[in-house]
Design a protein around this ligand. Structure first.
Ligand code: HEC
Ligand code: HEC
Length: 314
């Protein structure tokens, strides 16, 4: 019983296709019949309530208000027939009757595919030509940068902002300060393959909450922040030199191989406030730049790389 019910709810079952198709055809036929029947002579002669010789329906309100039964104007009637004929032609050409695909075999998917193919035939040669130029050279090509900017606005603004100025957790791409390196090859690799920054949490790093407080003070001194607690910073430094330096370097200047940020330059991915820094060290951070290579293709990524490069290499 259960199984039977489930199969009836499966709307790909042929029954539903017939149900919709036959139902639609019958409704159209019914509309034809109705329009025909309503205009054949005076229908009121067949209605019991009509009065002899009188064109009213016999309905009456407010003592004097009567309902007349005049035939529809000819043009109005033709419109009814026109819409009915239109529906027949439409349903023959396009999908609509259950799973019948229509004479033209149209579908939103194959229309989309055709448009994409057309776009590819128009634009691919342009992208391929740009791809032959080196990134620094391409970055000086104003036409290429106009197209590059459009690609950027389409695919990158949600995370990096329309001015590429970034946001909390999403790096500024205009400032020549790089997590993963700013030479043309690095930028292209970032966009092609994506990047995942892995900053471990305090437990993974083997830090107590007190250690974290000390390390925060030390991190603040790295970028020359005033009003830090020197004693705590000193203890924090000892921890930094055993744990953090593995990724951020002994001088705290970071490591582009790991996407570990420079902690000395006062440019912050997640924020400069001591509480934010504490949060970073307590909970870790995992910023992810998605890979775009497969999705956009190398030629577009090449152009995007040149555009990103142009933003900080004027
Ligand atoms: C879903 C959000 C998202 C989208 C979409 C996105 N990015 Fe990113 N991108 C990031 C994040 C997050 C990072 C930082 C990764 C990290 O923390 O290491 C990043 C890093 C980068 C970097 C490296 C910056 C550095 O300092 O080394 C570049 C370059 C970049 N993105 C370019 C792009 C371009 C070009 C696009 C559009 C094709 C794009 N991104 C789309 C989230 C995104
Ligand atoms: C395994 C490598 C690794 C270790 C160990 C590590 N970090 Fe990080 N750290 C990173 C990475 C990668 C990021 C960037 C995370 C992202 O892109 O989301 C980061 C980000 C940070 C940030 C945020 C910087 C900003 O601009 O907002 C701070 C602060 C920081 N780390 C401090 C430390 C301290 C202090 C330690 C030692 C207790 C430490 N890190 C240990 C890899 C590491």
């Amino acid at each position: 019983m259960e199984e039977l019910n489930l199969s009836m709810l499966d709307f790909t079952h042929p029954f539903w296709s017939w149900f919709v198709g036959v139902g639609t055809i019958l409704s159209i036929a019914f509309c034809f019949w109705l329009v025909w029947w309503m205009t054949r002579g005076n229908p009121m002669e067949k209605t019991a309530s009509s009065k002899d010789g009188d064109k009213t329906t016999g309905h009456q309100w407010d003592e004097t208000l009567q309902e007349y039964n005049n035939p529809l104007p000819g043009w109005w009637l033709q419109m009814f027939y026109l819409t009915l004929f239109f529906s027949i032609v439409y349903l023959a050409l396009y999908p609509g009757l259950g799973s019948y695909a229509g004479i033209w075999q149209w579908s939103s998917r194959n229309q989309y595919d055709k448009e994409m193919q057309y776009a590819a035939s128009q634009y691919d040669p342009i992208f391929e030509a740009f791809k032959k130029q080196e990134i620094p050279e391409l970055a000086k090509n104003a036409d290429a940068m106009t197209v590059g900017k459009r690609l950027y606005l389409n695919y990158c603004t949600v995370c990096h902002g329309s001015d590429a100025g970034g946001n909390k957790g999403f790096p500024n791409l205009t400032d020549n300060d790089w997590l993963w390196g700013g030479d043309p090859t690095n930028i292209k690799t970032t966009i092609m393959q994506g990047r995942a920054g892995i900053m471990p949490n305090h437990q993974t790093n083997g830090l107590t909450v007190e250690d974290v407080d000390n390390v925060v003070q030390y991190v603040l001194t790295l970028s020359g922040r005033e009003g830090t607690d020197a004693a705590k910073a000193e203890q924090g430094k000892a921890k930094f030199m055993t744990i953090c330096m593995a990724c951020h370097g002994t001088d705290g200047k970071g490591n582009p191989m790991l996407g570990a940020p420079n902690l000395t330059d006062n440019v912050w991915l997640y924020g400069a406030h001591p509480d934010t820094i504490k949060q970073t060290i307590m909970n870790g951070r995992n910023g992810v730049m998605p890979a775009h290579g497969e999705f956009l293709g190398e030629a577009k990524v090449h152009l995007l790389s040149a555009y990103i490069y142009s933003l900080s290499n004027k």
